[in-house]
Write a protein that binds this ligand. Structure first.
Ligand code: FES
Length: 106
């Protein structure tokens, strides 16, 4: 299990915004939905495409894969529509020292 990875300052990730960080070899998509931070593996469960290439909907708390249109709930990673059925792994997030942190805890 890895240590926490600093994502960015909280002021750099406002509600409705998303960013990508890496924990070792794991790309992590971090989203601010309504003031709360959520982290998912930045890899679509359909065909491994980068979710960050698609769009984060800060109103609906969803991210849409740009490749074939699957949607996921950023709060828990569950797939919301075809062609994805498996969830995307979710990672823990914490706010400390004015920054957002996450890690691949698998
Ligand atoms: S790779 Fe994401 S929907 Fe196909």
């Amino acid at each position: 299990m890895s240590e926490w990875t600093r994502v960015c300052a909280t002021s750099e990730l406002l509600p409705g915004e998303s960013t990508v960080t890496w924990d070792g070899d794991t790309p992590i998509l971090v989203c601010n939905y309504d003031g709360d931070y959520y982290a998912l593996e930045d890899k679509c469960s359909h065909a491994d495409y980068e979710l960050s290439a698609g769009s984060f909907d800060g109103q609906a708390a969803t991210v849409e894969c740009v490749l074939h249109g699957a949607k996921f709930d950023v709060r828990d990673g569950r797939a919301l529509c075809a062609p994805a059925y498996a969830p995307v792994p979710r990672f823990p997030v914490k706010v400390e020292d004015g920054a957002v942190w996450t890690r691949d805890d698998r």
